[in-house]
Ligand binder design. Structure first.
Ligand code: ADP
Ligand code: MG
Length: 588
């Protein structure tokens, strides 16, 4: 048994025993609050820590769940075991609308929108007569579970903590899955994720709805625990506090949610007792201490308390359980020599600058085309036109007879175009294997639900097997369990190529793959690329290492100042005086 699993079991045993021990009732109450908060903060870990989206509005979603439960049980006599689902539906719809409107826009709209949402729901709840205005609704009945009334802290404790532990496990499962990799990929901007075929907008909305639903369940529990609801625990102040718990605990770690909720709740109580004694008088002094604490954490322990704990736990290596998984289906390859990519008078202007000036070329199946030229010649921009990262100003890009120049990146990826980036784009905190498996995103279909329930394992084994296969092919298999961020630049580039190959591409675009590679690695890379070409793949290669390019490619396109200077075999290009003057001259 791993040490982590032992910790988890020890924790669960401790939880199970706590209400049986002769501890004061106050402890149980605190533990219950910590559980309620943890549920909300797990959602924030997924949303903010993993997907990089900040929300101040989680308390309002808690309120939605709590008020739905209180109102429907009190006035309509609906069973609490039904109101929880009604609350979830209402919350999901609210989150969907809010997310749909704001998540299309750039990063800052979501935090602002959640602040507005948190404020307006608070005032709305406080002004509706039917909801008791600021006094709220009193006399919410206790939950009944198989005839047992959960009307004490101790009896409520078990239901609550079973839900918390299940939520934590579901979130942990999610992070270790196809859907989880997509979720992690959206944090660093959408370009890479979309190039892997991830629908980043949909992924963000899903994360937002999921986090809101966890908050809603917490609200339902809250209503039946407190037995009364009023607007104050669901205001903006509490929304900020939830975020604070997530940051303190460690915003990227599921178990950090528990630590954050626990530390903040206990600290808050202690400070409320001690600070007025120390400072005299009454006041919300703990807010000041929290503020200082937050600054310190952000300054010295950005990843929160859990990252600190995690660094001291032994790192568990994933068990290789996919050896016998069936291989993924492969795309049918175009016949050798068929035109795969046809770039026709493609043009890209940035304001007055013409980065790509009516450039035309073709890439055929089973061919490596080199694209060379001095820095700023427009090579990477050409890549971005082909892969849909940038729209063309004019001209067309055709893939196997189909116009792709107005398609979004992920649609182009779906049609068999895969790429690497000049500046490596990866998920540093994920293993090499998981990073590479992201490349196979479009070859799987399992989503968030099956990941949480762990019924996605058959497909997951296939994806991981493919990832290992591509890593092996590129000579990186022994690095598979390392964190991608710990690799040197050269191996990171190789990892990106393996990731691109995982997509089973027809056309592979490599942007300076050999930069930072050692001689042996370069030779290995050249061998792999030759082998891929012989298998019928088309490769478009931007590279500065002339020895590599000249010995590898079939034809070369030379660009300068956005314009195509010449196209020909390596010999023709090397013999061209214009190229020497423009390009090779500057290289040496
Ligand atoms: P290369 O990859 O050949 O070194 P790039 O395609 O990166 O060249 O750049 C071509 C030209 O376009 C450069 O002058 C660069 O500054 C400009 N450029 C590239 N991307 C952008 C952008 N997003 N906005 C404005 N100018 C850009
Ligand atoms: Mg470039």
């Amino acid at each position: 048994m791993t040490m982590r699993r032992s910790f988890l079991i020890a924790f669960i045993v401790l939880l199970a025993l706590l209400p049986q021990l002769p501890v004061p009732e106050f402890w149980i109450t605190q533990a219950n609050y910590i559980g309620l908060y943890t549920l909300v903060v797990i959602g924030l870990v997924l949303l903010t820590g993993v997907a990089g989206l900040t929300s101040f509005g989680q308390a309002a979603f808690v309120g939605l769940g709590a008020y739905t439960a209180a109102y429907l049980t009190l006035t309509q006599g609906v069973s609490p075991w039904l109101t929880v689902w009604i609350g979830l539906v209402i919350t999901a719809i609210a989150a969907l609308i809010l997310g749909w409107i704001t998540l299309r826009m750039s990063g800052h709209y979501l935090p602002l929108a959640t602040i507005a949402w948190g404020l307006s729901l608070y005032y709305l709840l406080g002004n509706i007569d039917a909801l008791g205005k600021y006094d709220g609704l009193l006399g919410v009945p206790a939950l009944k579970f198989f005839g047992i009334e959960l009307n004490t802290g101790r009896s409520f404790f078990y239901l609550l903590w079973v839900i918390v532990v299940l939520a934590a496990l579901a979130a942990t499962n999610l992070l270790d899955s196809r859907a989880g990799r997509a979720l992690r990929a959206v944090k660093g901007g959408s370009t890479m994720a979309e190039a892997m075929g991830v629908n980043t907008f949909q992924t963000k909305v899903t994360a937002f709805v999921l986090a809101a639903m966890l908050a809603s369940i917490s609200g339902w529990l809250f209503a039946h625990f407190q037995r009364t609801v009023n607007p104050s625990p669901f205001g903006l102040k509490m929304g900020i506090e939830y975020l604070f718990m997530a940051v303190i605990g460690g915003v990227g770690h599921v178990w950090g949610a528990l630590v954050g909720a626990g530390v903040v709740k206990i600290l808050e109580d202690q400070l409320q007792v001690w600070l007025p004694k120390l400072l005299g008088g009454s006041g919300n002094y703990e807010i000041i201490v929290f503020g200082i604490l937050l600054v310190l954490v952000l300054q010295y322990a950005r990843d929160g308390i859990w990252a600190f704990i995690e660094a001291r736990l032994p790192r568990v290596q994933r068990k290789v359980d996919w050896a016998d998984a069936p291989a993924l289906a492969e795309r049918s390859r175009p016949p050798h020599g068929e035109v795969v990519l046809d770039v026709n008078a493609a043009r890209k202007e940035f304001g007055g600058l013409v980065a790509v000036n009516d450039v035309s070329f073709q890439v055929r199946a089973g061919e490596i085309l080199g694209l060379i030229g001095p820095n700023g010649a427009g090579k990477s921009t050409t890549f971005n036109l082909v892969t849909g990262v940038l729209p063309v100003t004019r001209g067309s890009v055709t893939l196997r007879g189909e116009r792709i120049d107005s398609l979004p990146s992920r649609q182009i990826a779906k049609r068999g175009v895969s790429r690497t980036f000049q500046h490596v784009k990866m998920i540093a905190g994920m293993t090499v294997l998981e990073n590479v498996a992201l490349g196979a995103h479009l070859r799987g279909s399992r989503g968030v639900g099956s990941a949480m329930l762990r019924i996605d394992r058959a497909e997951e084994r296939q994806l991981l097997k493919e990832a290992e296969k591509q890593l092996r092919r590129i000579g990186m298999a022994e690095h598979m369990h390392e964190l991608a961020g710990n690799l040197a630049l050269g191996p990171q580039r190789l990892m990106e190529i393996a990731r691109a190959l995982c997509a089973d591409p027809t056309l592979l675009l490599l942007d300076e793959p050999a930069a930072g590679l050692r001689l042996k690695e370069k030779q290995g890379l050249a061998d792999v690329l030759r082998q891929l070409r012989d298998e019928g793949l088309s490769i478009l290669l931007v590279e500065h290492d002339m020895d590599l390019v000249m010995g590898l490619v079939d034809r070369i396109v030379v660009m300068e100042f956005g314009t195509k200077l010449i196209e020909g075999t390596p010999e023709e290009v090397q013999a061209s005086p214009a190229v020497r003057a423009a390009y090779l001259g500057t290289e040496h």
